[in-house]
Design a protein around this ligand. Structure first.
Ligand code: CA
Length: 519
């Protein structure tokens, strides 16, 4: 009864407020809450963004978000693999609590998520592009998503339309362009009297890195610099680093290397593809490379295709930023750019992700919010994808949900890092056995050290990131590091308890533990 009364009071006050706005003129908007445009690509390494100092490419449009906003140099993920990162971003919970611990799981769409909360708060919500959580999106007024990974060309996309809860429409064109076209369509037809929360999510530059028609021959006449650790022999680490199956040397397929064309191209697309790759493949066959030369060739082939895919993402994000400028929406729209996780661009001889090593543990994050975020600012506080949901909710003026495990970093965006902000991050990767054979591990990283436990094989690693930023040599067995080891182990145990991780996947069943002692 009290609740009903409270509701009536609020409803009356809102009514009076909206009458007031109507009285003072049509141009006054009742709702000044910011729009939230969440742009996410898939597997985009921070090493391939010029705002992060890329040695290998230029990303002028994406750089705009950093130069007009804030770049985060320490944004970490909870579990570096596609689906689990998406589930964490939506729920604000670690994998063991949202139930999506590895690709192939089914996301429990009945649980709370940030889109549902923003929608309930009066936001118009949409997700367009890659979803990759098996079950259909929940919490969105509109969704139009790829099916599973989705192809790079001519993607079938699933949407709810009219009476049909899941209609599949095949779109012709390059997927990065198609997703952007649909996004611009939605922005044009959305409701003007509600703020929006839009998740615009690219498939690119996910494996197997198929460039769009515009960039099939970009980089053909240049040599991309190699990372220093391309020929890592893994001798300084525990056995899992040697046992993985994600090397450029041995684990790229003919399809990855474009020695065979992709299926599903139209005649026109196929002709463009053959014109670009035919001469390149002939040159390779004639060279008959072996050993180190072959690895170097594979690296060039892999990284160039990857960067070509990034170039299309950059172009397309530019189209959306231009739209925001032209319509005046830019002024009151928070624009976020991130990737679902980080990625190896040949570092340690690898492609792919999964590890708690820096390249895959960290993900790019740039955020622009005119008038609120200092343009060109750079931040190195430890933030996480776990925090995104709560940050968006606070920006929208919504309360912090008790069940979410992150922290809003809105104060950091405004240049005010809280005194008690977190100084360590917890990580847990599960997908073994699985693609690329990376052993399960959990660990903790603080400002200087990283402790990793491969708990199924009983091995540990400890890295001193000040002395060894490339993580080439574990110091776990060195006597001088005993005090550090003890301290990091205590911190690991504290965080495992704090986040309620006892290796049990609880998913939708149990309530999560209490929060609020760990920034
Ligand atoms: Ca991914």
């Amino acid at each position: 009864m009290m609740k009903l009364k409270g509701f009536l009071v609020v409803a009356v006050l809102l009514g009076i407020a909206s009458l007031g706005f109507a009285f003072f003129g049509q141009s006054v908007k009742a709702d000044t809450r910011p729009n939230i445009l969440f742009i996410m690509s898939d597997d985009h390494a921070y090493q391939a963004l010029s705002c992060y100092g890329s040695r290998v490419n230029e990303t002028p449009n994406l750089d705009r978000i950093a130069s007009e906003g804030m770049r985060f140099d320490r944004c970490f993920v909870t579990n570096s693999i596609c689906g689990p990162c998406r589930a964490t971003i939506l729920t604000g919970k670690y994998s063991h609590l949202n139930g999506f611990v590895r690709n192939g799981n089914q996301f429990d769409g009945a649980q709370q998520n940030v889109a549902k909360l923003l929608r309930a708060a009066g936001y118009e919500t949409a997700v367009i592009g890659k979803w990759h959580l098996k079950t259909e999106p929940t919490g969105f007024d509109y969704w139009n998503v790829l099916i599973g990974q989705g192809p790079y060309y001519n993607p079938p996309m699933k949407t709810a339309q009219g009476d049909d809860p899941s209609q599949v429409i095949k779109r012709e064109g390059y997927t990065t362009d198609v997703i952007t076209d649909l996004t611009l369509d939605w922005l044009q037809q959305r409701s003007d009297d509600q703020p929006f929360f839009l998740m615009y999510q690219h498939k690119a530059p996910h494996r197997n890195w198929q460039p769009g028609p515009k960039y099939l021959t970009k980089y053909d006449d240049v040599t991309i610099p190699e990372p220093e650790t391309l020929f890592d022999d893994y001798s300084g680490r525990a056995s899992p680093a040697r046992q993985q199956t994600m090397t450029i040397r041995d684990h790229l397929t003919p399809r990855d290397l474009k020695l065979v064309p992709p299926p599903g191209l139209t005649d026109e697309q196929r002709a463009a593809w053959d014109a670009a790759y035919g001469p390149k493949n002939l040159a390779f066959e004639e060279a008959q490379l072996k050993g180190v030369d072959l690895i170097k060739w594979k690296y060039q082939r892999y990284v160039k295709d990857y960067l070509r895919c990034v170039a299309s993402v950059d172009d397309n994000v530019g189209r959306v930023l231009d739209y925001l400028d032209e319509t005046g929406l830019a002024e009151n729209t928070i624009v976020i750019y991130t990737s679902d996780q980080g990625w190896y661009l040949g570092e340690h001889g690898w492609y792919d992700k999964r590890w708690m090593y820096e390249e895959s543990f960290r993900t790019p994050l740039m955020i622009r919010w005119p008038g609120k975020i200092e343009p060109g600012s750079v931040n190195d506080d430890m933030v996480m994808n776990l925090d995104f949901a709560q940050t968006f909710l606070e920006a929208a003026g919504e309360p912090d949900p008790e069940e979410m495990q992150g922290e809003s970093f809105l104060p950091i965006l405004q240049g005010q890092t809280p005194d008690d902000w977190r100084t360590s991050v917890y990580y847990h990767y599960y997908e073994f056995p699985g693609a690329h054979s990376v052993r399960r591990h959990y660990g903790v990283r603080d400002e200087r050290y990283k402790l990793i436990h491969y708990y199924h094989v009983g091995e540990w690693e400890l890295f001193d990131l000040n002395k060894d930023p490339q993580e080439m040599r574990s110091v776990y067995a060195e006597a001088a590091y005993e005090p550090v080891k003890a301290r990091m182990l205590a911190e690991l145990n504290r965080l495992r308890e704090y986040y309620g991780d006892d290796n049990t996947i609880r998913g939708k069943v149990d309530p999560p533990p209490k929060k609020k002692q760990n920034r």
